[in-house]
Ligand binder design. Structure first.
Ligand SMILES: Cc1cc2nc3c(=O)[nH]c(=O)nc-3n(C[C@H](O)[C@H](O)[C@H](O)COP(=O)(O)OP(=O)(O)OC[C@H]3O[C@@H](n4cnc5c(N)ncnc54)[C@H](O)[C@@H]3O)c2cc1C
Length: 381
């Protein structure tokens, strides 16, 4: 790892193109050295953070206290197992290069995750997902370096609390992560596909783009091409000539609320049932039980949860695509309601003001507080 003489501003290292320079900037190109240097860093009180591709980070324009460590470690190792092929990938590899590698090598399982920017090491942090696939369905585990113990260990995916855009490793908003650790490498279990076919298509929009039925299997290359085409039409593939792609992807997560809470929304508001909970359960009340006669069981209704569409809520709170506050260079993408974009020379305050405006409009219209998806560095919403 080397320390840069002149720390690079995060505006040059994040996809939003916003953010000040840290006091110190270190670059790690080799895993053992990354471990040694992080360990050194943790023995002092110096604030620190790691950065991969900067595509899920929104940072203050001010100087960032302490050290930023850029993870640039490389390497893809292929391990044949009885269950399939395991790819052990170093954290600094580029996610989409890995997808291209898998597709070229006829390995199925991540083809629908084509075009997501960023690094492999950050992929488990929020359990990336798109077009019917999620990292959690192929993630075997990760190698972590834990801040508290300073130890390296292989941790199974089941211990990472992977959920919808979350894990125990994620710093939600700017808060501390449940498990403070750095991902050194990621193990993915992919399916060998000698016929070159991908996993069953699991997303309606992708199925119609491919002109197949949900559940059909399609060539990996065709799935990748179709996903990239769909993503481009929404400004969700990085393109230096398209200001709508200067974003952190979706700025808000789709809210998950109880089915009861969702009833206040109009019938045409999209909602997707979550989990697979029984509607009613039998409960034996403890109050009044005696050794002699068991009390009669009662039926209780469990609350189902539903996921709502943040994009629908924003649009129906009268915030159209392309919207910006007067004089601001931060705008809702003209192609995708969920992306807050830097249309050129926007400042962190512009993005934060737009985000707060969207939250306030949706809150007053529907009583729901949208939560930010990216990690915020010294920014309050
Ligand atoms: C145009 C666009 C489209 C997007 N589309 C999607 C999408 O479809 N689905 C989706 O899920 N996401 C999407 N995203 C969000 C983003 O690409 C992903 O979250 C990605 O995994 C972030 O990777 P990164 O390396 O850029 O993360 P960074 O922004 O560099 O880091 C994000 C967070 O992870 C931490 N981190 C990074 N690397 C490590 C590591 N090795 N160990 C521990 N912590 C680490 C950082 O400290 C930070 O807190 C999109 C973003 C953009 C800009």
């Amino acid at each position: 790892m080397s320390e840069l003489a002149e720390p690079t501003p995060l505006a040059e290292l994040t996809t939003l193109g916003i953010g000040g320079a840290p006091e110190r900037m270190l670059v790690a190109e080799d895993t053992d050295e990354l471990v040694a240097q992080l360990t050194d860093l943790w023995q002092s009180d110096e604030p620190w953070m790691v950065l991969g591709g900067g595509s899920n980070t929104v940072a203050t324009d001010d100087e960032i206290a302490g050290a930023v460590v850029l993870i640039r470690t490389q390497g893809i190792e292929r391990i044949a197992t009885d269950e399939g092929v395991v790819l052990r990938v170093q954290a600094g590899e580029t996610w989409d290069d890995l997808v291209a590698y898998a597709v070229e090598n006829r390995l199925a399982g991540i083809e629908a995750l084509s075009g997501i920017p960023g690094s492999v090491g950050a992929a488990p942090i929020q359990n990336i997902g798109a077009y019917g696939q999620e990292l959690s369905s192929v993630l075997l585990g990760v190698e972590l370096l834990d801040v508290e113990t300073g130890e390296r260990s292989h941790v199974p995916a089941s211990a990472l609390g992977l959920g919808y855009r979350t894990s125990v490793l994620k710093r939600h908003g700017g808060a501390d992560a449940e498990r403070d650790a750095v991902v050194l490498s990621v193990d993915l279990l992919l399916t060998e596909a000698p016929d070159g076919m991908g996993r069953p298509v699991a997303y309606t929009q992708l199925a119609s783009a491919l002109e197949v039925e949900l559940g059909d299997r399609v060539e990996l290359t065709r799935v990748r091409d179709a996903v990239l085409r769909l993503r481009r039409s929404k400004g969700m593939v990085l393109d230096p000539s398209d200001r709508d792609t200067y974003s952190a992807g979706s700025f808000f997560t789709n809210p998950i609320v109880t089915e009861q809470a969702s009833r206040v929304l109009p019938a045409d508001a999209p909602r997707w049932p979550q989990g697979n909970i029984d509607e009613t359960v039998t409960v034996i009340p403890l109050d009044g039980s005696s050794d002699v006669v068991a009390p009669p069981p009662i039926q209780a209704t469990l609350q189902r949860e539903v996921k709502l569409s943040a994009a629908w809520l924003i649009e129906h709170a009268s915030i159209p695509r392309g919207f910006h506050l007067p004089g601001s260079r931060a705008a809702i993408s003209s192609k995708h309601t969920l992306a807050l974009t830097n249309q050129g020379n926007a400042r962190a305050d512009d993005i934060a003001a737009l985000a707060r405006f969207v939250q306030a409009r949706v809150q007053s219209e529907f009583g729901i507080t949208l939560q930010p998806e990216p990690v915020l560095i010294d920014i309050e919403l």
